[in-house]
Design a protein around this ligand. Structure first.
Ligand code: ZN
Ligand code: ZN
Length: 364
């Protein structure tokens, strides 16, 4: 059970729900059904695995089964917990009440559930996309504190994994140890499968750790993050094993400078594509842009990848207290790869760099 939320903190939920209700009214809705787990948590603080939120213009219902009733009451004090045996939907007609439109998360519902809802709320269902996600793009102070903590744990785990890394250790051993460190230091789970790829395998931007052993002259890319109180960390560092050849060190320096150029471009009011362009243009000036196939970054919060995308085609404008990653990389098949990733918080005149782990090339 999650006991960290005190009564005073319910204020954040009230602010979120008030904003959501304004959006519902603008959309002509008198009810909204929330099925996406991250959105359910964002609005209610409920961490159980099963449950549906039903939000009307003046009431809040958390519908769940007997396994979670006590937990829901403790975690979500502003919500009326409705226990439903077996079929959640039996409670919905009572909750629905009036005749107005009822929104649902059209990208986060099974076909089966949609059909059942349609039977109960015939003609009243209105598909909605990204309503809660729209609110989640800009973080409040409580969220920022949790993200800083998740990233800080990542920094500490990175510091402690370095002595473990040496010639002969396998990628998988390193990934497992890094995940253990994230948990020992306070994360409830890993945010995504840890990436640990070395040598020519580092040309796989999202490669899986293998039984390959580290060799002298390898570059090792580690991409990792843990979840703290629901919020994800996400850090990438590339390390040289033994003496790094000059060309590897050169590419590392270029990627680092591209990453710093993108960080300098971050501030409220700037389109995301300009941040991407800052990294891409720098790599282009050094003939490396063709090896940089992914976006420069992504939003981070309850999910590892959320809005805003920070890519070449992203027209979204950065706003104060959005949280994004900056992670350019260079990947050359048969040669290897380098990626460096920090988490930053967008500010009015620049950004706060949350990740503190060393960025000068570490040679082990
Ligand atoms: Zn990452
Ligand atoms: Zn990332």
């Amino acid at each position: 059970m999650n006991c960290w939320r005190e009564w005073g903190e319910i204020m954040d939920y009230i602010a979120r729900i008030n904003k959501l209700r304004r959006m519902m009214e603008d959309g002509g809705m008198e009810g909204l059904i929330i099925t996406r787990p991250e959105n359910r948590f964002y609005l209610s603080g409920f961490t159980g695995e099963d449950g549906i939120l039903f939000i009307s213009l003046d009431k809040l219902y958390l519908v769940t089964d007997s396994r979670y009733v006590e937990q829901a009451a403790a975690e979500s004090p502003g919500w009326q917990v409705v226990e439903v045996a077996g079929d959640y939907l039996k409670a919905l007609p009572d909750l629905g009440g009036g005749q107005g439109k009822v929104g649902f998360e059209s990208r986060h519902i099974t076909y089966d559930l949609y059909h059942k809802l349609a039977q109960h709320l015939e003609g009243r269902l209105k598909p909605c996309v990204s309503m809660v996600e729209e609110l989640r793009k800009v973080k409040d102070e409580e969220e920022l504190a949790l993200i800083r903590k998740a990233v800080e744990i990542g920094d500490a785990a990175y510091r402690d994994i370095l002595p473990f890394i040496s010639i002969g250790v396998t990628e998988r051993e390193i990934a497992v140890e890094l995940e253990r460190l994230l948990k020992v230091k306070g994360c409830s789970r890993i945010a995504f499968d840890t990436i640990a790829v070395s040598g020519i395998r580092a040309s796989l931007p999202h490669g899986k750790p293998s039984s390959k052993r580290l060799e002298a002259g390898d570059m090792l890319t580690l991409d990792f993050g843990g979840v703290y109180e629901g919020y994800a960390g996400d850090t990438t560092r590339t390390i040289a094993i033994g003496e790094a050849p000059a060309y590897l060190r050169n590419v590392y320096q270029r990627v680092l400078e591209a990453q710093q150029a993108a960080i300098r471009a971050v501030r409220a009011g700037v389109p995301c594509r300009e941040v991407d362009g800052a990294a891409r243009d720098y790599l282009k000036a050094h003939g490396l842009d063709k090896y940089f196939a992914h976006s420069t970054g992504h939003g981070l919060g309850l999910q590892v990848h959320e809005e805003p995308a920070v890519g070449a085609r992203s027209e979204m404008i950065l706003q104060e207290n959005m949280v994004i990653t900056i992670e350019p990389g260079v990947y050359i098949t048969g040669w290897g790869g380098v990626r460096i990733e920090d988490v930053v918080i967008v500010k009015e005149t620049g950004c706060e760099i949350v990740t503190k782990a060393e960025k000068a090339l570490v040679i082990l």
